[in-house]
Ligand binder design. Structure first.
Ligand SMILES: NC(=O)c1ccc[n+]([C@@H]2O[C@H](COP(=O)([O-])OP(=O)(O)OC[C@H]3O[C@@H](n4cnc5c(N)ncnc54)[C@H](OP(=O)(O)O)[C@@H]3O)[C@@H](O)[C@H]2O)c1
Length: 296
């Protein structure tokens, strides 16, 4: 029986991963860890574990559990994932974002474990002159969060693990916590205006499709691979708002366009790329799929 470990599984990606693993694997165990936010999905095959990785005993507990199970697959999602938080508290954040994956990889038998580390498109930095980054492109980190993820990537690759570079993900949070998607939906429903960048682009993708692709990748025998995970389409956050308005038949005139160049410092505390475009050709080749679309 396969055993899946979602390390840091209480966020929107972890919860979507639980659902997709259950769809793909009737017979499996899923161990999903959380620290402050309980795992909201209840299922007989899902065991949620409250662990604080600043506590060495909790780290060792999880390592020993992985060691005791057959065919372990680890999705390593634990992160201080808000760039502003990483900048405010770089040491604490560096421990979770960079040191912790190394501790796990050092302690585990890397031949037995399939390991997927969630990183970010932010490691590429800003797209200039429409350049689309592929997995061999140079990195250019603009903030502490992306530097920490970039450093962790090198460690993960050294130990034979795989690095998944995610773009900004969109969609339902599957918990009580409101995601950006729910913020837009509720604002439009309550006839409130929403201001969204229209000159800043990513190959945005939804959490569910990302999770589905991750589960498909975990079926394969992959080692030391970097794989971009994003959709085919270049979209702005304004475009995302428009998709939500269209899906729920809400008034798209409430969506207000704002410029990244003039407004980003009011929205974000630390610098980040305005536009980062990634190629998903490697992912499509590996999985033998012709296209990757946003599925809201
Ligand atoms: N969301 C995106 O659009 C996006 C984009 C690019 C990359 N990523 C990466 O993808 C991954 C998943 O994203 P997400 O948005 O689902 O993440 P998230 O909501 O930030 O979740 C992070 C997880 O790490 C856990 N964690 C943090 N500190 C911990 C500690 N001291 N001890 C134990 N657990 C701890 C959190 O637990 P609690 O919350 O329960 O405390 C949570 O389960 C992250 O690595 C993120 O950097 C996400």
């Amino acid at each position: 029986m396969r055993n899946f470990f979602i390390v840091g599984g209480s966020g929107p990606l972890g919860l979507n991963l639980i659902n997709q693993i259950l769809i793909y694997n009737q017979e499996c165990n899923i161990y999903s860890t959380y620290n402050n936010r309980e795992i909201s999905i209840k299922h007989e095959n899902v065991k949620s574990l409250k662990l604080d990785f600043f506590n060495e005993r909790d780290v060792d507990f999880l390592v020993n559990l992985v060691k005791s199970k057959d065919q372990p697959t680890i999705f390593f999602l634990a992160s201080i994932s808000k760039p502003d938080d990483a900048e405010r508290n770089p040491q604490k954040s560096r421990f979770i974002n960079t040191v912790l994956p190394e501790i796990f990889l050092q302690k585990l038998d890397k031949e037995r474990v399939k390991f997927f580390f969630s990183s970010t498109d932010m490691v590429y930095g800003e797209t200039v002159d429409g350049k689309v980054f592929d997995e061999n492109s140079d990195k250019s980190c603009m903030n502490e969060y992306s530097k920490q993820k970039s450093e962790a990537e090198e460690i993960v690759l050294k130990y034979g693990g795989n690095v998944l570079r995610h773009t900004f993900m969109f969609g339902p949070s599957l918990s009580n916590e409101k995601s950006f998607y729910e913020f837009i939906y509720e604002s439009l429903l309550n006839k409130k205006e929403v201001s969204l960048f229209y000159d800043s682009y990513r190959n945005f993708i939804d959490f569910k499709t990302t999770a589905k692709l991750m589960v498909e990748l975990s079926e394969l025998d992959l080692h030391s691979q970097i794989i971009n995970i994003c959709s085919d389409k270049k979209l702005s956050k304004y475009d995302l708002g428009y998709l939500v308005a269209k899906k729920f038949n809400l008034d798209s005139r409430l969506l207000k366009k704002i410029l990244f160049q003039s407004q980003s410092n009011k929205v974000y505390g630390v610098p980040r790329p305005s536009t980062t475009l990634m190629s998903n050709n490697k992912l499509k080749t590996i999985l033998k799929i012709p296209s990757i679309e946003m599925d809201l």
